[in-house]
Design a protein around this ligand. Structure first.
Ligand SMILES: Cc1ncc(COP(=O)(O)O)c(C=O)c1O
Length: 430
């Protein structure tokens, strides 16, 4: 494992310049397939007795560099990149679980993930109990005999709850279940969940890691620290019918999970990342450290400014002393708390909608983590299809506005919010 620091790994990890034609920038290998030396060579690649590239749905030299870089930055043993953050989550869960299994998950998840767990996976016989993981023993109390995964977001989107990963990891470990952490909002610069006991880390690369709003992508990073032979995971200890009798835990040892994700998950579900998108994401990743520091700095200043606006009834940012998560943020996010800020309007749903409709610099759209500032009123847009109860569960109140604070000048951003506030009828300010 690399001993170099974050900024160095973000620029160099995984890229062997000499074996890549002396290229200083990571090249795009825009090829679907790779010529075998002969049939025996092909057979060796398929039965994993020799490393190499087979077909871009399974692996690709550009994607391979991104995978090695992300594994280095998260402190994992290996990674697999996928077409989106959503496919990283779905591929992880479908690799681990079978009909009849159960998940314990955080209540405050990104709406798409909540829907996957709450509606789509139950159709396949996989159910979820949602809990507030920061409540004492909530994970242990929700574990059933058939629980096979614990799933959380390190910094929930959009609730911005900082989770006590160490305590959650201890409960998962005591129950012999892997802890999967979606670390998208925090990014690997601000937080490495593996150092607090996580077993699998997920990213939507679409957000801060790409950072420029140009490419979708996802990643699954394996810490290599989970014992798949503990009796609960026959998928890893019995001969795989899907891979000519391979026993993953014997053949791949601590890389059993990530190997299965690649050779069965990508093969069967097909959520491969395009090498062009991998290239775009690598450009972003190389400057993640300086961007996320600035996102965090701007977001804190905006959150402080919002606290002093008469139109605003509450502000939520884990870096504010008033936040319920301030102490946890000091432990888990001491270098910055990322770029999302939420706040409520005195005028409730209607006022929030008016503001989202009237900003000029802040773009009204359904994304986060762009260099440019973004705004959304989830209750009338991304979360409108969720029931009132499920909106509450995921942390979306009617009056909530989510900002993804970009890298623009702070004064220009506050001027934009101020002019949008002016559109709210005065009667809605009390
Ligand atoms: C925390 C989190 N995880 C996963 C996703 C899904 O990522 P993608 O849009 O790349 O599929 C999102 C999207 O907003 C997200 O915010």
């Amino acid at each position: 494992m690399s001993t170099q620091k974050f900024a160095t790994n973000a620029l160099h990890a995984g890229h062997d310049v000499k074996s890549n034609g002396g290229t200083r920038a990571v090249p795009i290998y825009q090829s679907t397939s790779y010529v075998f030396n002969n049939s025996d060579h092909a057979a060796n690649l398929f039965n994993l007795s020799e490393p190499g590239f087979i077909y871009t749905r399974i692996n690709n030299p550009t994607n391979d560099i991104l995978e090695k870089r992300l594994a280095a930055l998260e402190g994992g043993i290996a990674a697999v990149v996928t077409a989106s953050g959503t496919s990283a989550i779905a591929t992880t869960l479908l690799t681990l679980l079978r009909a009849g299994d159960h998940i314990v998950a955080s209540k405050s998840l990104y709406g798409g993930t909540f829907n996957l767990l709450n509606v789509t996976l139950p159709r396949l016989g996989i159910t979820t109990t949602f809990v507030d993981p920061n409540e004492d023993d909530s994970i242990s109390n929700a574990v059933q005999q058939n629980t096979r995964a614990v799933f959380i977001e390190s910094l929930g989107n959009p609730k911005l709850d900082v989770l006590d990963i160490e305590s959650i990891a201890n409960q998962a470990k005591a129950n012999k279940i892997p802890l999967i952490v979606d670390n998208t909002v925090a990014t690997p610069y601000l937080l490495n969940p593996i150092t607090f006991g996580a077993n699998i880390v997920i990213h939507s690369l679409t957000k801060y890691i790409n950072g420029n709003g140009t490419a979708l992508g996802g990643a699954i990073i394996d810490a290599g620290n989970f014992d798949w032979t503990n009796g609960k995971y026959p998928e890893f200890t019995e001969p795989s019918a899907g891979y000519h009798g391979l026993v993953y835990s014997e053949a791949l040892e601590n890389a059993a999970f990530i190997a299965k994700v690649r050779i069965e998950g990508l093969r069967d579900f097909g959520a491969a990342l395009s090498p062009f998108n991998a290239f775009q994401i690598i450009q972003g990743l190389e400057t993640l450290e300086i961007r996320i520091k600035k996102h965090s700095e701007n977001a804190l200043k905006i959150a402080e400014w919002l606290q002093n606006q008469e139109e605003v009834s509450w502000v939520n940012y884990p870096g504010l002393q008033s936040s319920d998560y301030f102490e946890l943020a000091r432990k888990y996010l001491p270098e910055g708390q990322s770029g999302l800020v939420t706040f409520g309007l005195k005028g409730g749903f209607d006022a929030a909608k008016v503001i989202a409709d009237n900003t000029q610099l802040f773009s009204l759209l359904a994304n986060i983590g762009d260099t440019k500032s973004l705004i959304i009123h989830p209750a009338s847009t991304t979360h409108q299809q969720l029931s009132d109860e499920n909106q509450e569960t995921t942390g979306v109140t009617k009056d909530l506005i989510r900002l993804s604070v970009g890298l623009e000048d702070f004064e220009d951003l506050t001027a934009d919010l101020k002019q949008a506030f002016a559109f709210v009828p005065k009667r809605n300010l009390v």
